[in-house]
Ligand binder design. Structure first.
Ligand SMILES: *[C@@H]1O[C@H](CO)[C@@H](O)[C@H](O)[C@H]1NC(C)=O
Ligand SMILES: *[C@@H]1O[C@H](CO)[C@@H](O)[C@H](O)[C@H]1NC(C)=O
Ligand SMILES: *[C@@H]1O[C@H](CO)[C@@H](O)[C@H](O)[C@H]1NC(C)=O
Length: 393
């Protein structure tokens, strides 16, 4: 039976970090949601993202930066006030406690970011600004002028989506100018897009919610005016989203706890040193009964990778995305030789399959079972003046 899950799944992340020049540095961590691999200017010259492109080309582009196949930054839980940002270390928070919000009924996050910058002293204070944009997640909505930048795209959804990407780029441009004007400065982006709503991951395979590279490998970069030792190149070292916490913590002068999932990747990011990790888990899902793991150049997928299994072309979007294709119980890909996952080599390398299965069992032993409760009626916004609010558990 089809579980109700995909309806609530939100996103693959795309993010952007801005790091600054003070000692210890100011850190601006920007995450975009549902941005496709092929939806940024440095991967696709049809996209108009000049602000992001400029920082990416002057910083370091991270081309093996992985995220989860579905979103988290909106869905971290909010039933009790103690789970919300200002009870977990943030001094202030502006946002909403759910996903897929209407774009036209909210204030612009960029404007609030500028307000915060005005309240901080770049010399005395140390800024950590976390900007998880909902954009470019559905609903597909954007002011006409941004859509008009893509007048030659005939597919309406793709035209709107591309306009949203350009509006996001402009918002990031506004924030970086504000940082520069106020004496802060510097900065990464992370992602994977849902090709079924108009983003594009070519040449990678698959979409959001799948275990393919298109659902898990993000468009990412780090920019800084003076903290990076090596800039202007593409770094292919393995980095996972869980690494950002220990990396940024170290950079801010803190010390990561032993036992964290992530590892400090600052040497890799700043100077191109070899990655601090050689393996990571894409996901282990005991409801959908699938999993994937990467060890070195190899990736093992167990079970069905998901519902969107093709290399979806650019518009006009076509429906043939191998939806419901069937796959062998275990597939093995050599991502170094075959980053676009065209050739399952499991039958030629039973030894590698068995090694990766051992690592997968190791991680499965520590997993927390999936939990996907039905909506709680106590959370209904009608109890909270029409808003999603904490206070119901
Ligand atoms: C569509 O417009 C974009 C942006 O102006 C341009 O880069 C691209 O070449 C155009 N594509 C075609 C097929 O005309
Ligand atoms: C960027 O700033 C300009 C000038 O203040 C403003 O008109 C525009 O709406 C801003 N763009 C975004 C996406 O916030
Ligand atoms: C794929 O399979 C699901 C579950 O069996 C079904 O609901 C859906 O209609 C199928 N989609 C296509 C395009 O065949």
């Amino acid at each position: 039976m089809e579980s109700p899950r995909p309806l609530l799944l939100c996103a693959v992340l795309a993010g952007l970090v801005v790091l600054a020049a003070a000692k210890p540095p100011h850190i601006i961590f920007i995450v975009a949601d549902d941005l496709g691999w092929n939806d940024v200017g440095w991967h696709n010259d049809k996209m108009f993202t000049p602000n992001l492109d400029k920082m990416a080309s002057r910083g370091v582009i991270l081309d093996s930066s992985y995220v989860q196949p579905v979103c988290t930054p909106w869905h971290l839980g909010f039933c009790d006030w103690k789970y919300t940002p200002t009870y977990r270390g943030f001094d202030s928070f502006m946002g909403y406690y759910n996903g897929a919000e209407d774009y036209y009924t909210h204030n612009v996050i960029a404007a609030r970011a500028e307000e915060i910058l005005d309240s901080v002293d770049p010399e005395k204070d140390q800024l950590y600004l976390y900007l998880p944009f909902q954009s470019v997640h559905a609903p597909l909505q954007v002011p006409q002028q941004y859509e008009d930048m893509y007048a030659n795209i005939s597919t309406k959804s793709r035209r709107t989506y591309c306009g949203m990407v350009s509006a996001l780029d402009e918002a990031v441009g506004n924030i970086t100018s504000a940082l520069r004007d106020r004496g802060f400065m510097d900065n990464a982006i992370i992602n994977g897009g849902p090709t079924y709503t108009a983003s594009n991951n070519l040449p990678l395979r698959g979409a959001k919610t799948t275990l393919w590279e298109g659902g898990t490998r993000g468009a990412a970069f780090v920019y800084s005016e003076n903290l990076l030792e090596k800039t202007g190149y593409t770094n292919n070292e393995m980095i996972h989203a869980v690494d950002w916490f220990p990396t940024l913590l170290t950079l801010a002068g803190g010390e990561p706890d032993a036992g964290m999932d992530g590892v400090n990747q600052w040497p890799t990011v700043s100077s191109g040193a070899p990655s601090a990790r050689s393996e990571f888990v894409y996901n282990i899902d005991d409801i959908d009964k699938n999993a994937a793991i990467r060890v070195g150049q190899y990736k093992l997928i167990e079970g069905s990778p998901g519902h969107y299994n093709g290399w979806t072309p650019l518009p006009p979007l076509v429906a043939s995305d191998m939806v419901n294709a069937s796959f062998a119980k275990h597939q093995l890909f050599d991502l170094q030789a075959d980053p676009t996952e065209h050739h399952d080599i499991a039958s030629d390398h039973p030894d590698v399959v068995s090694k990766l299965l051992d690592r997968l069992s190791f991680y499965k032993a520590t997993m927390v079972p999936s939990n996907f409760p039905l909506p709680d009626p106590a959370s209904d916004p009608k109890h909270f003046g029409g808003n999603w609010s904490p206070g119901w558990c």
